[in-house]
Every structure is written in structure tokens, then in C-alpha cells.
Design a protein. Structure first.
Length: 334
């Protein structure tokens, strides 16, 4: 089989730049053959950088026969229709998270994927986040004994590239399906699931501190996991300046593992009660792992680190948090 994957980037906005950077840095087996965006300037800019052909119409791009795979990086309400269109056209599909904003839409996409021979992956880059993988390895080695609890915290200011537009689609509940939980929250939920097992139930309170955003811009939730641990999940799109806070802490019977915002992983135990640095990662490398995994699945038939149905877990967790905010009770995730 060919050792190059000819791929179209569909949606040439913010995350496309990060994917492109990852491909240029570390995934030479992907050749960007087409740049597709309804905004001609965006398609043209990405095409100019990669030598790809620019398209403003997906059907025209699919008919061109210039690529075998698509990387779909579109607002959430378009995921279902575009993913199914590409799967039906015989494409290998990498679809940005969330798979879709409803479980029913996800089931329809999964059914379409099952009926084709191509690779279908949901782009949950946290699955490849180096610091998260290091913590998973250390937990498996018993570095902190029995896990008691964990905390995931993503309090962030609005990055210009994601929120800079005059009317960001993220501010529309109809386009995004919710707010910060269904969007970037998935990157904090996936690690908790990787470390603690499946999330079974949650109780959450939502808030709207960020002006103009229809969906929640704050969520504070307790989440119970199948192995018994209860973790805290805190996310906020902050309207003002923030102090430092670790991204994650996992607390065990014999110590603690902490992932700091700058990518440093620290281990605290009886021998090192002040903590020692056991690793240094970089969030952006998670995209390299994700795209390399997709290319390998297509070119070599290797199983992806996580099948697409795993991504249902983050969506179900988000929807359970939304229900819990309304009912003011614990809500089952599954
Ligand atoms: N994994 C991550 O870390 C991460 C980070 C940001 C965004 N995302 C995901 O990536 C996706 C896109 O987010 P973004 O921030 O890049 O959005 P964006 O608005 O910056 O980019 C989306 C692009 O899609 C284009 N577009 C809209 N409708 C189209 C259509 N019908 N056909 C072709 N192009 C169309 C827009 O013109 C725009 O350029 C979302 O699913 C989001 O959740 C993931």
C-alpha cells in the first residue's frame, strides 16, 4: 500500500492551523491535498501554505478524486451531515470532537461508519496528551497507591483564535450544542476516564459568567467513576484574569500526581513530600499523536488508540451535567 495519506482539510479555521502545524512537525506521511472552506480566503490561505487545491464546495472537492481521507474541523451542528456525506463517499474520516451534539446524531454517524470499510476516528486529542499518558502509566505502576479522588480544572481566558470572530459560532447554543462542557470540556473529561474508568454519574451546576455566550461558560461538577472514585470537574471560560491552578491532580493513598499548566508532571509521595518533576509534556504534541494514529490506521490498518464510540462518553457526560443542572440531582451518564 501507498505510504502517503492524501487528506483534505475540511474547515480551515482555528484548529486546522494546529492540525497543520502537527502534520508539518511530525506526521510526514500525511499530504494535505485539498483545503475546503466556505470562506474562500481561508481555503486559499491553507492551500497556499500546503500546495493543496482549494475548494469552497465539499461536493466538488469529493468529486475531484484528489484525496482519500478528510479531516473534518467544522462547527458542531455540521458534524453529522458532513461526516455522513464523506463516509458515504468512501472517505476515511477524522472528525473533530464532539462527534455530534446529540447521542442520536452520533449513533447515525456510527451506523454510517459501520457500513463502510474506511477508518472512522473522532479527534479527541487528549487521548494522545503526553502528560496524561505519563500519569496513566504511573497510576498503573502504583505510584500513588490506591486512587482516592482527582480534580480536572480548565479555567481559561478566551483565546483570540477561538473566540475572536465578531459572532463566534461557539456562542450559539444551536451551533455548538451547549457551552464549554460539550466543547473543550471533553479534553478534561477524557483523561479522567482514562485514569479512573468509565464515568457513571454526575451532579453539576452551570453558570454564564462570560458575556454573550448562550451556552454555559462555567461548570462545577462532581463525577463518580466505575471504580468508586469521585472526581471534581471544573471548567470556565473566564471573563477576567486568572491565577495559576494545576490542570489535574490525582490523589492516592500514598501520594499525588499533578499536571501543571506549563506541562510539568509532579509526583508527591512519602519519599518526596515536596514533590519531584517526573516529566515535561506539551499539549500541542497531542495533535501529532492523534494525526499519526489516524494515518497509521489508514495506511497500515493499526487499531486507533480509542475507537470512535469512546467519544460518546464525553458527550454523554456533558449531557448528564446539563440534565443535572436542571434537576439539581445526580444524573446517570449512560
Ligand atoms: N481538539 C481541540 O483541541 C479543538 C480545539 C478547537 C476546536 N476544536 C473543534 O474543531 C472544530 C472546529 O472548531 P474551530 O475552532 O476550528 O472553528 P472555526 O470557526 O475556527 O473553523 C471552522 C471553519 O469551518 C468553516 N466552515 C463552516 N461551514 C462550512 C462548510 N459547510 N463547509 C466547509 N467549511 C465550513 C468556517 O468558514 C471556518 O473556517 C469543532 O468541532 C471544535 O470543537 C477542537
Amino acid at each position: 500500500m501507498d505510504d502517503t495519506l492524501r487528506m483534505a482539510m475540511v474547515g480551515c479555521g482555528a484548529i486546522a492551523q494546529w492540525h497543520l502545524h502537527a502534520i508539518e512537525a511530525a506526521v510526514p506521511e500525511i499530504s494535505v491535498a485539498a483545503a475546503v472552506d466556505v470562506d474562500p480566503a481561508r481555503a486559499a490561505a491553507l492551500a497556499a501554505r500546503t500546495g493543496a487545491r482549494a475548494f469552497t464546495d465539499l461536493d466538488e472537492a469529493l468529486a475531484s478524486g484528489t484525496f482519500d481521507a478528510v479531516d473534518l474541523m467544522l462547527p458542531h451542528h455540521l458534524h453529522e451531515s458532513v461526516a455522513i456525506r464523506c463516509l458515504d463517499a468512501g472517505m476515511h474520516v477524522l472528525l473533530e470532537k464532539p462527534m455530534a451534539p446529540t447521542v442520536e446524531a452520533c449513533e447515525r454517524i456510527l451506523a454510517a461508519a459501520r457500513s463502510t470499510a474506511g477508518v472512522f476516528m473522532v479527534a479527541e486529542n487528549a487521548q494522545y496528551w503526553p502528560e496524561v499518558l505519563l500519569v496513566r502509566d504511573l497510576l498503573e505502576q502504583g505510584a500513588i497507591g490506591e486512587v482516592i479522588t482527582a480534580r480536572a480544572c480548565s479555567f481559561v481566558p478566551p483565546l483570540e483564535e477561538f473566540f475572536g470572530a465578531e459572532q463566534p459560532w461557539r456562542f450559539s447554543k444551536a451551533a455548538a450544542g451547549g457551552g464549554v462542557v460539550i466543547d473543550a470540556g471533553s479534553h478534561w473529561i477524557r483523561p479522567l476516564r482514562m485514569w479512573l474508568g468509565e464515568m457513571t454519574e454526575t451532579v453539576a451546576a452551570l453558570g454564564h459568567p462570560f458575556p454573550g455566550m448562550e451556552g454555559e461558560s462555567l461548570c462545577r461538577a462532581l463525577c463518580r467513576f466505575e471504580r468508586g472514585a469521585v472526581a471534581v470537574f471544573d471548567v470556565m471560560l473566564a471573563p477576567g484574569p486568572l491565577g495559576p491552578d494545576p490542570l489535574f491532580r490525582v490523589t492516592g493513598s500514598e501520594g499525588e500526581l499533578v499536571i501543571e499548566g506549563i506541562g510539568r508532571v509532579k509526583h508527591f509521595d512519602g519519599a518526596e513530600p515536596r514533590g519531584i518533576v517526573v516529566g515535561q509534556g506539551n499539549y500541542l504534541q497531542s495533535y501529532e499523536g492523534e494525526l499519526a494514529d489516524f494515518a497509521s490506521a489508514v495506511l497500515h490498518g493499526t487499531p486507533p488508540a480509542a475507537g470512535p464510540e469512546v467519544a460518546l462518553g464525553e458527550l454523554r457526560a456533558a449531557l448528564a451535567m446539563y440534565r443535572s443542572h436542571e434537576t439539581k440531582r445526580w444524573e446517570s451518564v449512560w
